[in-house]
Design a protein around this ligand. Structure first.
Ligand SMILES: [Zn+2]
Length: 325
C-alpha cells in the first residue's frame, strides 16, 4: 500500500476500487472517517496519469467525464496506469457546493495540506505525498463552478521551471481547444503540489454555471483521451497538434462588483474587449429611481469568463479577461 490511509493497491493490475480514509470525528460520529473514492486501472509498464475531478464540489464536468472514463476503460485498453479521484472533494460534490461542507475549506487552495488537520487538509496531504509521487503527470478538471462560466480550455499554472512548464504546455496543447490559459502558480493548488514533485500538471476551466452540459463533458472526455494518447497510455489517433492561443490571467484581468446589485452584461464569451469599453450596467430594480451604474473593462483582452448569475454582491467577480501572450 502506498499510504496507510489508502485501501486500494496502487500497484495491482486490473481495475481496482477503494478509498482515501481520513479522520472525520463529529458530534454524531466518534472515531468516524471520511471516505474519498479512488480508482486505479493498470496494465503493463507504461506511464501513470493522475486524474482529479471535483476539487470544487459544484464543478461536475470533470466528475462526470472521469466517472465515464472509469466505467468505459478496461485495463486491457491501456499501457500504463490511471489513478482516478473523480470526486476529490466528495462531500461537497454530494451537496453541490464549491467548498467542503465538513470544514468550509476551498480544496483548491489547501495544498500541501497537513497530515494532522481538517478533512480537506488531510486529503490534500495524501494526494500530494502519496498519489502525486506515483504519477508522471496530473490532469485536474475544473469547470468554473456555480458562479463562473469559462470558454472551455486547459489551464497551465507556470512553475517558473522552464523544462517543467514546457512539458505541461505540451499536454495542454494536446487537449485540443482554441485557447490555453496560463497563470502564475500560487503555491496552494494541485498544480503547486505537482510542481513540488517535479510533475507536469494541467488544470482546466470547461464551462460553468449550474449545468455540466453534454458538450462540456465531451470536451473534457476528449481532451483527456488526447493527452492519454500523447503519453502512450491509450491507443488513439493523435490529431495534428493545434497551436492554441495562450491567454494569461493577470491581476488586472478581473472586474469585480463595486456594490451589491443586479448586473446586466453586454458581451458574450470570446469577444475581443478594449480598456474602458462598457461592460454592462449595475442596477437596483428595488430602487427604480436609482440610476444604473456603468461598469467598464479594466484592460484590453478576450472575454474568457463571466458570472452566469445577475445578482452580485460587492466584491464578486463579474467577469475576467485573458491577455494574449
Ligand atoms: Zn474549480
Amino acid at each position: 500500500m502506498a499510504h496507510p490511509s489508502i485501501d486500494v493497491d496502487l500497484q495491482a493490475e486490473g481495475k481496482n476500487f477503494g478509498n482515501i480514509w481520513v479522520s472525520d470525528v463529529t458530534n454524531e460520529s466518534a472515531e468516524g472517517k471520511a471516505a474519498t473514492p479512488v480508482v486505479v486501472i493498470k496494465n503493463g509498464d507504461g506511464p501513470t496519469a493522475l486524474l482529479l475531478g471535483g476539487i470544487h464540489g459544484d464543478e461536475y464536468v470533470g466528475q462526470l467525464a472521469l466517472t465515464t472514463l472509469v466505467q468505459s476503460i478496461k485495463a486491457s485498453d491501456i499501457n500504463g496506469r490511471l489513478i482516478f479521484v473523480p470526486a476529490s472533494n466528495v462531500y461537497a460534490s454530494l451537496v453541490g457546493t464549491r467548498l467542503s461542507p465538513l470544514d468550509g475549506q476551498n480544496m483548491n487552495i489547501a495544498f500541501p495540506g497537513k497530515n494532522i488537520g481538517s478533512v480537506t487538509d488531510r486529503i490534500c496531504n495524501i494526494i500530494e505525498t502519496a498519489l502525486i509521487p506515483e504519477c508522471d503527470f496530473i490532469i485536474d478538471i475544473h469547470s468554473g463552478g456555480r458562479s463562473l462560466e469559462y470558454i472551455p480550455a486547459p489551464l497551465v499554472p507556470l512553475s517558473k521551471n522552464k523544462e517543467l512548464d514546457e512539458k505541461s504546455l505540451r499536454l495542454a496543447e494536446a487537449f485540443g481547444t482554441k485557447y490555453v490559459y496560463v497563470i502564475d502558480d500560487n503555491g496552494q493548488t494541485t498544480a503547486s503540489a505537482g510542481h513540488r514533485n517535479k510533475k507536469p500538471v494541467i488544470a482546466t476551466e470547461i464551462g460553468g454555471g449550474e449545468l455540466a452540459s453534454l458538450e462540456c463533458v465531451t470536451i473534457a472526455h476528449q481532451g483527456i483521451q488526447n493527452i492519454l494518447a500523447l503519453s502512450g497510455i491509450v491507443q488513439k489517433k493523435v490529431e495534428a497538434a493545434l497551436s492554441p492561443q495562450k491567454l494569461f490571467f493577470g491581476s488586472n484581468a478581473f472586474l469585480r462588483a463595486p456594490s451589491d446589485g443586479v448586473f446586466l452584461p453586454r458581451h458574450k464569451l470570446g469577444q475581443e474587449i478594449h480598456k474602458g469599453e462598457l461592460a454592462g450596467h449595475l442596477m437596483w430594480p428595488h430602487e427604480p429611481d436609482r440610476l444604473a451604474q456603468e461598469l467598464v473593462y479594466p484592460d484590453n483582452g478576450i472575454l474568457v469568463c463571466r458570472r452566469p448569475i445577475n445578482r452580485v454582491r460587492k466584491g464578486d467577480c463579474i467577469l475576467h479577461l485573458g491577455f494574449p501572450v
